[in-house]
Design a protein around this ligand. Structure first.
Ligand code: NAD
Ligand code: UGA
Length: 462
């Protein structure tokens, strides 16, 4: 039996510990956090985050071998293995501002581990970190005067929100990096043994520390680059009459490229892509690789362009003004099946529409609370409406910003009747049946497709 601790019970710490507890009944798993409200929520029936399947797993293990607590010192003292999954946001001050990772929470945790420990432990980097952070971690941990030795292992997390439980239960791979010393390799093996409870051994990749740390940033950069690449092509489709879904299919059937992660959209969001690519950019700059930095930075710039051009398309289509017009934004979450609104393109669209003085109503099945908090500075100008039918009533336009499947199943004929005409739909996720909407009477604008409008205008598809 091992005592496994996770410091940071957020989107990653909570679900990963729940899945480890489920598959390793002989181990005692504890997740701690400085946020007492979050811990109270993990202990209640209203978990702090929405993830499909998460509640069932938490309820099945909680109180048996899974615990949530705010008693950080005590649990550090008792732990054999400590996963650290605190947030590592982009720095908003000082050197590297706007790009480098803010490692203050991370460093605080390292110092706290030293302070509260009276035995040697394995410390696992779960957070996404710049390459070579483990070196700093080792220095802080091992410059103690208690004669303790800490092995630092890198085990970056690849789960995506909305599919966190599924991704943890059946991961494409688990990556574990460690020092090539006997002690380092023993520590790596201890982490391999945890995952081997449910992950086939051939999917557990072991590497050196730096490869593991860098692979996490690289994986996110490659994924985000695909979205920015297809969005770049979507813009060209809109000018030329090509249809981005057809192009994505034609390109993606080349098995070397593959069909996944080629959905054109209003842009990518989420807490990680932007922050991790900017972190990579900063690292490249640090090493004097300015052209390499510029290459990756363009992935983020393309995404900003995509969000801005979506709103600009709305304004242009709606006779060059949305001032005073009610606009319903369908979706607040950065993607479907999550309550997370961090860096959500929906909120970027909302803010830009407010700048254009539109009357914005936003609807989402799970993320309205989080949207209200993120939009606190403009919240009095926004209506938060859980019912999409009520949100669309009296609106001039609907903008689909999140790919919730339920938005595709609404009765758009009924919605059309309650809207101001001419009525517009801007499908920023290409999830609706555009031809059916056009037949109802809507003017339909999708991403990377020729618009379907009832106005007489030159249509590049024709
Ligand atoms: P989060 O903000 O949801 O959770 C981090 C938690 O750490 C917060 O609850 C915070 O209160 C807590 N915390 C901060 N300092 C602490 C301290 N000193 N002691 C105890 N708790 C502390 O963040 P997240 O989304 O879970 O991300 C965590 C890390 O994992 C980040 O580095 C992120 O890049 C990475 N990651 C995230 C995802 C994802 O999908 N969200 C996926 C893979 C990797
Ligand atoms: C992403 C990665 O997919 C995870 O592997 C990684 O662990 C995680 O970042 C992280 O490091 O935090 P996540 O941000 O949760 O996961 O969600 P994704 O499914 O990657 O979606 C990111 C954004 O891209 C969303 O806004 C999504 O709607 C958008 N997207 C995705 C597209 O616009 N088109 C696509 O084809 C795919």
């Amino acid at each position: 039996m091992a005592n496994i601790l996770c410091i940071g019970a957020g989107f990653v710490g909570g679900p990963t510990m729940a899945v480890i507890a489920k598959h390793c009944p002989e181990h005692r798993v504890v997740a701690v956090d400085i946020n007492a409200a979050k811990i109270a929520a993990w202990q209640s029936d209203h978990l702090p985050i929405y993830e499909p399947g998460l509640k069932e797993i938490v309820l099945s293990a909680r109180g048996k071998n899974l615990f949530f607590s705010t008693e950080i010192e005590r649990h550090i003292a008792e732990a054999d293995i400590i996963f650290v999954s605190v947030n590592t946001p982009t720095k908003t001050f000082g050197q590297g501002t706007g790009k480098a990772a803010d490692l203050q929470y991370w460093e605080k945790t390292a110092r706290q581990i030293v302070e509260s420990s009276s035995s040697s432990k394995i410390v696992v980097e779960k957070s996404t970190l710049p390459v070579r952070t483990a070196e700093a971690m080792e220095r802080i941990l091992n410059s103690n005067e208690k004669g303790l030795f800490f092995d630092v292992v890198s085990n970056p997390e690849f789960l995506a929100e909305g599919t966190a439980v599924q991704d943890m239960q059946n991961p494409s791979r688990v990556l574990i990096g460690g020092r090539q010393t006997p002690s380092g390799q023993k520590a790596v093996q201890a982490i391999v043994d945890i995952y081997a409870h449910w992950v086939p051994r051939e999917r557990i990749i072991t590497t050196n520390l730096w490869s593991s740390e860098l692979s996490k940033l690289a994986a996110n950069a490659f994924l985000a680059q695909r979205v920015s690449s297809i969005n770049a092509i979507a813009n060209l489709c809109e000018r030329t009459g090509a249809d981005v879904t057809e192009v994505a299919h034609a390109v993606g059937t080349d098995t070397r490229i593959g069909p996944r992660f080629l959905r054109a959209s209003v842009g990518f969001g989420g807490s990680c892509f932007k922050k991790d690519i900017l972190n990579l950019v900063y690292l490249c700059e640090f090493y004097g690789l300015n052209e390499v930095a510029a290459y990756w930075e363009q992935v983020v710039r393309m995404n900003e362009y995509q969000q801005a051009s979506f709103v600009s398309k709305m304004v242009t289509a709606m006779f060059n003004t949305v001032a005073g017009k009610r606009v319903a934004i369908f979706g607040a979450a950065f993607k479907a099946h999550t309550s997370d609104t961090r860096e959500s393109p929906a909120l970027a669209v909302c803010r830009k529409l407010l700048e254009e003085r539109a009357h914005v109503v936003i609807t989402d099945p799970y993320a309205l609370e989080s949207a209200r908090a993120d939009l606190h500075d403009v919240a009095e100008q926004v209506i938060f409406e859980p019912d999409p039918y009520a949100a669309a009533r009296d609106a001039h336009a609907i903008a689909v910003a999140t790919e919730w499947p339920q938005f595709a199943e609404l009765d758009y004929a009924a919605i059309y009747e309650t809207m101001v005409h001419p009525a517009f739909i801007f499908d920023g996720r290409n999830i609706l049946d555009h031809k059916a909407l056009y037949d109802i009477g809507f003017n339909v604008y999708a991403v990377g497709k020729p618009p379907l409008t009832h106005f007489e205008s030159s249509n590049p598809a024709s």
